[in-house]
Ligand binder design. Structure first.
Ligand SMILES: Nc1ncnc2c1ncn2[C@@H]1O[C@H](COP(=O)(O)OP(=O)(O)OP(=O)(O)O)[C@@H](O)[C@H]1O
Ligand SMILES: [Mg+2]
Length: 229
């Protein structure tokens, strides 16, 4: 944990999401309160149970029906739209099942991209991007476009990009879902390595072997979340 222990970290308070559905409603996420410890938390549960709903609320991509999300004491959903976008840029990294790389940028430029948005000077962001590509084992692919990378390579570039600005919180939705088991393991080893230095990583996975590697587990079933230590 970083300093300011009481308010530090990622916290969900009475967080819920109800969607309209036809004449009625769907409780995608029932109210729950949880402080995410530093380290890797796996979120597991059947399809349609509410895992992505939870992640989207933690990210501020979706608005809660009740409750709030606190990041080091800042109420994410109380920020303006622009304020939330800036806050996200400064504090969050994301890795999704489809890597969402920018197709017209090289691997190196993709990793640089968040730093460009953050106004980091060119030389500095180039160096940082090169170091990150080396960390994910892709120095030799720096000049490749996403279409010239394998699925696992593209996913590793996406992880390097998510780490470019050293985010406080890393959110990942099935990042190993499209990968063969060997590449998936490599991606996962990267993600578990990320929790050094007090970072909070929240990882949705269907894979019990992946979940077994996590420090903590959240189980979601029909929108009800329970923590497993
Ligand atoms: N925008 C939306 N409008 C209405 N209902 C939604 C919306 N998003 C999700 N839901 C519903 O909320 C429930 C939870 O969906 P969610 O995407 O969180 O599941 P999930 O656990 O991520 O599933 P999967 O493992 O298949 O990705 C589902 O019943 C889904 O149909
Ligand atoms: Mg999902």
């Amino acid at each position: 944990m970083r300093e300011g222990a009481a308010a530090a970290g990622l916290r969900a308070e009475n967080l819920s999401r109800i969607y309209p559905s036809g004449e009625g409603t769907v409780t995608a996420l029932a109210p729950f309160t949880h402080t995410f410890p530093a380290g890797l938390t796996a979120v597991v549960g059947p399809s349609g149970s509410g895992k992505s709903t939870l992640l989207n609320l933690l990210a501020g991509f979706d608005r809660p029906t009740t409750g709030r999300v606190l990041v080091d004491g800042t109420d994410l959903h109380a920020l303006s739209e622009a304020g939330r976008a800036d806050f996200r840029l400064a504090n969050y990294g994301f890795v999704f099942q489809s890597h969402n790389l920018v197709t017209i940028l090289t691997a190196l430029e993709n990793v640089e991209f968040p730093l460009t948005l953050a106004g980091v000077p060119r030389k500095q962001r180039r160096e940082r991007a090169r170091a990150l590509l080396a960390e994910v084992g892709l120095s030799a692919r720096a000049a490749h476009l996403p279409s010239q990378l394998s699925g696992g390579e593209a996913q590793r570039v996406a992880i390097a990009r998510a780490l470019a600005h050293d985010p406080r919180v890393l959110l990942a939705d099935e990042p190993t879902g499209n990968l063969d088991s060997h590449t998936g393991e490599r991606v996962l080893a990267l993600l578990t390595g990320l929790t050094r230095g007090g970072r909070t990583v929240v990882l949705i996975t269907h894979d019990p072997e992946v979940a077994a590697l996590a420090d903590h587990t959240l189980r979601v079933r029909d929108g009800e979340v329970t923590a497993d230590g």
